[in-house]
Design a protein around this ligand. Sequence first.
Ligand SMILES: *[C@@H]1O[C@H](CO)[C@@H](O)[C@H](O)[C@H]1NC(C)=O
Ligand SMILES: CC(=O)N[C@H]1CO[C@H](CO)[C@@H](O)[C@@H]1O
Length: 597
Amino acid sequence: MIEFIELIIKSLSELNLTQVLLSISIIIISILILKFLLFKNEIVKFVVEVPIEAKPGWNDGKILEKPCLKDASNPGYITCYDPATGQFLATIRAHTEDDVKEALKKAQNAQQKWVKTSFSERKRVLNSLMNFILNNQEEICWVASRDTGKTLVDGKFGEILSTCEKIRWTINHGEKALATEYRESSPIYAYKSAKIEYHPLGVVAALVSWNYPFHNTFGPIISSLFIGNGILIKSSEQVAWSTQYYSKIIKTCLKECGHDPDIVQFLCGFPDCGEAVVRSGVDGITFVGSCPVGKQVMKAASDNLTPCILELGGKDCAIIRHDANLSQAFPIIMRGTFQNAGQNCVGLERILVHESLYNEFVDKAIEQIKKLRVGSDLNDDIVADVGAMTMSGQGERLQNLIQASVSEGAKLILGGHPYIHPKYPTAQYFEPTLLIDVTPQMTILKQEIFAPIMVVMKFSTDEEAIEICNKSPYGLGNSIFSGDQNKGDWMSKRLRCGMVNVNDFGATYLSNLPFGGVGISGFGRFGGTEGLRSLCLMKSVTTDKIRFFKTSIPRVLDYPMQSNGSSFVSNLVTLLYDNSLIDKMKAITGLIKNSKS
Ligand SMILES: *[C@@H]1O[C@H](CO)[C@@H](O)[C@H](O)[C@H]1NC(C)=O
Ligand SMILES: CC(=O)N[C@H]1CO[C@H](CO)[C@@H](O)[C@@H]1O
């Protein structure tokens, strides 16, 4: 050993420094080239042209007098427009039941081939998609912004960051989540191995909401493709325009990676299109949307007994305990309320503040909400904090909700009205609003608001806060702010909801934990291991542990049975489950006798 080391030192000392450095450089460069060659194979580069209307500053669209998706003189078509400026974008044919049938057939055909691809081939598709997203972040956000009126920051967070995280998780952890899982076999079958396998379901459908047109579409696509499913995406008519661009991204990606792009089908239309998708005979449905539509989906799905995952609305609380650090909590609460102009299923819709912090909180809220700038990032010179309302007709609904609550005793401090944009008067904005002194029976708490409105309530004890929070029939997510970690954890266990973040908002989602709720917020989960598995056919399998030891029916139980059959089973039950040793021994003797007869 020592001789060996001496030899190495000797030969090294004979080399001069240049030679050593040269050798090291050659080794490093070889590794890099090797890595590049391996990595290169994992990524396929492709280009999708971004529509000209999406470009910042685009101002060539006709300003619509009364922006609306439906045009009575042109039924069967969707009028697409920019809610942040009121500019007309395009007229797109709404898909019908026939389109749905054809799409399903195409996806089913393509799935026969797709199901045979390996995980590494699927990862190559996801890596290529990731590469495209990273290189086209701006373009993807411009398109989302043009179609929904959201700000670019809301796009970067909700469309880009969340999708990249989902791809990263799926590539790194998806295979493990879908791996065969072994369970402990019962004493009766000690000689068997018991396992769960996760197989593709076939072709699934995702009916997704408009608030994140890129992310809501790509979330189910990423999961379904990874599993080996085909998928029909039914996107909302609100985002028909952006979905055209987004569909080209995944279709081009699949094609350039050498796969049949038919594996992903896009449908966009009015409620009849959605219903046709639900009744089409797909193998599973994920629906993200409102509670009333969720009920219709479940009814329609019952025709074929198609399993569904329903992600409906929420009425999420932020509970600020007396010991909370307001400097830490407040900016998070502002984001949770005003992000995406409040159009989030997990948006904070009820801010419960302990009485000792109430005045300080309200003062802070007034100061900050006053400063929020409303507008279009694409067409205004300012940086907008709050974008447009994607759906038309919201101004009136929200004003009515606010007015009703004010007449019930709430105080409207800021906002409360549609915001009229100086350059684009037909655009759809709502003023950032602060409503305080709200109490549990008020109208504004009866439905999801989905708008840039902060609703503040006062409480005095933990029990009271928990009761207010749990009284809502919704149960999606909640936040608790507390300086006491143990109290935060204790309270989180008491809340009836699918997700809780202590001292944070939305963190469960980006942590790849299962997403979903309880009560009228729906059921089933997407995201993370459970979400991936919920799009699978879960198959329970037993096989023999030892090749030569197989189940054989004892003669006493063989049909036609002998009279000792019943006593044999009783002895077996005693042997397996009775704790008394004497009884167990008696049972063994009995079993021997039984099987001899
Ligand atoms: C409260 O939070 C702020 C911001 O996170 C932090 O700077 C400050 O140190 C915290 N105060 C206490 C008492 O923990
Ligand atoms: C152990 C036991 O119960 N054996 C009985 C099985 O059945 C035969 C025929 O009925 C009886 O003779 C045995 O005593």
